[in-house]
Ligand binder design. Structure first.
Ligand SMILES: Nc1ncnc2c1ncn2[C@@H]1O[C@H](COP(=O)(O)OP(=O)(O)OP(=O)(O)O)[C@@H](O)[C@H]1O
Ligand SMILES: [Mg+2]
Length: 380
């Protein structure tokens, strides 16, 4: 038995949480065998005292201990450095993407899920305003309304009527905005009435989201924004499996007290290895016509949440009637004037320039690949 042979054995030990083997994940620092057949293995965990340590230990001991010539197995535990941890997560994410199912979302589309800890914080308003703002900047933006409890997205964007399909693919509602466009699908289009929809459970919802990701004929989207239902881990886990490149933006109100709920939404992102792209504070202090400022829903919560979850605060959107009237009229506030419109536009710029820049068209192998495939015609 040699050290390399021990490594080969360890390739059979899978970190149950990360779903890959511990050698591939870079968790095995060294493996040596002495003349008496004693094996020494050094394993670095993402967090020491990780509850999975016992299981990994059992797996390692079983696999290596039963190999011919092995008389003993000693394991030394250590914790990964920040760099090792980052590399390990990248690897886990990459492996997950290799296992992912095929979707109709183009490979170069940046996917952003908009989530919140609780309902009513303006998640749908933020989704439609960011989508319209990105489209107004000339991008092609898909909007997937996965929030069965609300499905307000179509109304907020001024589209209605059932989705049509052709050649067994669903055609999204398309709305042109300047040189950009919106492509919209909603749970609301799948069911007859809201009461039925409210009976849907996580798993069924998840199937519906999968349906939208696999059976919609999306155009050449730069962005896909997903209005997430509050609190359903099922959908996030499904997304992580189907579209592991999904990034999350968490929306919160400014109250300090509500942040623990929002932290849970961020934690869920971490658990499913989705990158947290940032935090948006909505319903921040509004300034009345006399210049007086009113912090109706508290202050500082957006920054506090951002600090706690280690993601940037992308911006704060004040309370302003234009957000709700724009939503009712199907014309998002971002397309008009005012403080809320300015705030949304600034966040859109931050997304494009820093937080989630669009995949570059030039030199991007994925897009070139798609073009070449298209030029070669349908697969045989
Ligand atoms: N910045 C704002 N200024 C004024 N009104 C706002 C603002 N943001 C959201 N609203 C209003 O608050 C209400 C709730 O917003 P929205 O429906 O976007 O929240 P949500 O988080 O998606 O809620 P749900 O959990 O019900 O889906 C809506 O009537 C909306 O018009
Ligand atoms: Mg909503």
């Amino acid at each position: 038995m040699t050290g390399d042979e021990v490594l080969d054995l360890l390739r059979g030990v899978v970190d149950p949480e990360l779903g890959s083997d511990i050698v591939d994940l870079g968790m095995v620092r060294s493996a040596t065998v002495d003349a008496d057949g004693r094996v020494a293995i050094e394993i670095a965990l993402t967090t020491i005292g990780c509850p999975l340590q016992a299981q990994i230990k059992k797996d390692v001991t079983n696999r290596v201990g039963s190999a011919p010539g092995v008389t003993a197995v000693d394991i030394a535990w250590d914790e990964m450095t920040a760099e090792e941890k980052a590399a390990c997560m990248d690897k886990a994410r990459f492996n997950a993407s290799q296992r992912a199912t095929e979707t109709t979302v183009p490979a170069t589309t940046r996917v952003i899920a908009i989530a919140s800890g609780k309902g009513g914080v303006g998640k749908s308003s933020v989704t439609v305003n960011l989508a319209a703002g990105l489209a107004a900047e000339g991008f092609a933006v898909g909007v997937l309304d996965a929030d069965i409890g609300g499905f307000s997205v179509p109304r907020m964007l001024g589209v209605e009527g059932p989705l049509t399909s052709s050649e067994s693919k669903i055609t999204p509602h398309v709305k042109k905005l300047g040189t950009g466009r919106l492509e919209i699908v909603s749970m609301g289009f799948l069911v007859e009435d809201h009461d039925t929809a409210l009976l849907w459970r996580g798993q069924i919802l998840n199937r519906a989201v999968q349906h939208f990701l696999e059976d919609v004929r999306w155009g050449d989207l730069d962005y896909l924004l997903i209005d997430m239902p509050p609190g359903t881990g099922d959908i996030q886990m499904g997304l992580a499996r189907m579209l592991p490149r999904t990034e999350m933006i968490v929306v919160t109100t400014p109250g300090i007290g509500v942040q623990s709920v929002a932290v849970r939404a961020a934690d869920l992102a971490r658990k499913t290895y989705l990158r947290l792209a940032g935090v948006i504070e909505n319903m921040s202090a509004f300034t009345c016509e006399h210049g007086e400022t009113y912090a109706l829903f508290g202050e500082g919560g957006g920054q506090e949440l951002a600090d706690r979850v280690g993601a940037p605060l992308l911006g704060s959107v004040p309370i302003e009637p234009s957000v709700s009237t724009g939503g009712d009229a199907g014309t998002p506030a971002v397309l008009g004037e005012g403080a809320a419109a300015d705030a949304f536009r600034a966040i859109v710029r931050t997304i494009i320039d820093e937080a989630v820049p669009p995949a570059s068209m030039a030199g991007c192998s994925a897009r070139m690949f798609e073009r070449v495939e298209a030029a070669l015609g349908p697969k045989a």
